[in-house]
Design a protein around this ligand. Structure first.
Ligand code: ITT
Length: 199
């Protein structure tokens, strides 16, 4: 019998969902739309724990294997912040452009190069509560002003190492190739395949 290649992305971030759908080539990648709402646990400061908990909560709820990631931007001069708190940086009233502006204000007195990296732990969870994780990182610098329209989050102010472009100016396939998320999910995929494609 053909294996069931359905996998659900456990994320409420549409930018992330689009990227994971592109990266997991060969799977039938579904969103949580159409499933019962999932109660996700409160996220703390541990990327791997957060990623596992999101993936397992969704897998238990949907009855299907689920993937999730916990990711963030770590700025060297900020001691690695906001890191796992990147989605909440600046407080609950801000959207992505608001967080970008807030970060540029916070870094206004810091001379370039403002070294930073994106970091991601990708997780796959199964309905029996087991999970696998893998990590990925992408090094770069924080720019002085936003550039570009693609991607999401902090992409307009992050310039990956070796590029003269902001992440939001790089085409999507190239971002997937070099990004923290692309690296983490490609590293996770063999463990997923062992359970989802057993032959
Ligand atoms: P889910 O938990 O529902 O998946 P989230 O956005 O809250 O969505 P995280 O807690 O993992 O997810 O927060 C990740 C944040 O880090 C994200 O909201 C962005 O602000 C930032 N981030 C992560 N990956 C990024 C990327 O590829 N480009 C730009 N910003 C990114």
């Amino acid at each position: 019998m053909a294996p069931d290649l359905r996998i659900v992305v456990a994320s409420e971030n549409p930018g992330k969902c689009r990227e994971i759908g592109r990266i997991l080539v060969g799977y039938s990648v579904l969103s949580l739309d159409g499933f019962d709402p999932v109660a996700f646990p409160e996220e703390g400061g541990d990327y791997a724990l957060n990623a596992r908990e999101k993936a397992v909560a969704a897998a238990r709820s949907t009855g299907l294997p689920c993937v999730a990631d916990d990711s963030g931007l770590e700025v060297e001069s900020m001691g690695g912040a906001p890191g796992p708190y990147s989605a909440r940086y600046g407080g609950p009233g801000l959207d992505d452009p608001g967080r970008v502006e807030r970060m540029l204000e916070e870094l206004a007195g810091v001379a370039p190069p403002r070294f930073a990296r994106f970091y991601c732990v990708a997780a796959c969870g199964w309905p029996d509560g087991t999970s696998e994780t893998a990590e990925g990182a992408c090094e770069g610098v924080i720019l002085e002003a936003p550039r570009g329209e693609s991607g999401f989050g902090y992409d307009p102010i992050f310039q990956p190492q070796g590029f003269d472009l902001a992440m939001a100016e790089i085409d999507q396939e190239e971002k997937d190739r070099l990004s923290h998320r692309g690296r983490a999910f490609r590293a996770l995929e063999p463990a997923m395949a062992r359970r989802i494609r057993p032959d």
